[in-house]
Every structure is written in C-alpha cells, then in structure tokens.
Design a protein around this ligand. Sequence first.
Ligand SMILES: [Zn+2]
Length: 111
Amino acid sequence: MHELSITEAILDVVLRHANGAPVTAVHLSIGELSSYVDESIELFWTELARGTPAEGSQLHFARQPGTLLCIDCKKEFPVKTKDFQCPHCGSRSALPHGGRDCYVDSIEVAP
Ligand SMILES: [Zn+2]
C-alpha cells in the first residue's frame, strides 16, 4: 500500500501550493515504470483530502514513458517492449532509470 504515502505527499504539495484556496483539480504525472495504481491513489485522495481545501478535487493522471539506463554503454533509452535490450550496444544489462516517479504537474484552484 505505498499509494498511501505517495498520496499523503501529493496532498502536502497541493495544499502548500494552493495556500488555502479551494482546489478543484490536480494534475499528476506518473511514470510508466512506477507501480502506483490510479484507483488506489484516488481512493486515498478522497479520504485524505476530506476537510482540507482539496476536498472534492478531481485527480488527473498522465503517464510518462519509462526509460532504462544501459549498464555497459551508459546510454539511456526508452522502454518500448518488455525486452530490456539496449538499442545502442545490444547489452541486456539495463536498469530502470526514469519513469518511476509520481509528482504533481499542476493544480487548479477556484477563482
Ligand atoms: Zn548499451
């Protein structure tokens, strides 16, 4: 249930930026390689935002493509298939590099 801690972190950022204004929508960016489940975040969001200026706000999710880093040639490449082969040198030793994060892209507050 790591969605709980990320949702708490999101709410923290949102409330800080809203500065007391009622929040209507929150745009989130989530890496494709992260294992966050949108539905779980939404569920926690409803619970955690209750009684705060973010109560009733809509969450919008945008998935960001993941990238891998080749251990052999140190080049970064996008994840296209489940086959983690480096397109530069053909190595199969690659590590997830980008696309594991979840962050707040923007928020909308009531005028
Ligand atoms: Zn390589």
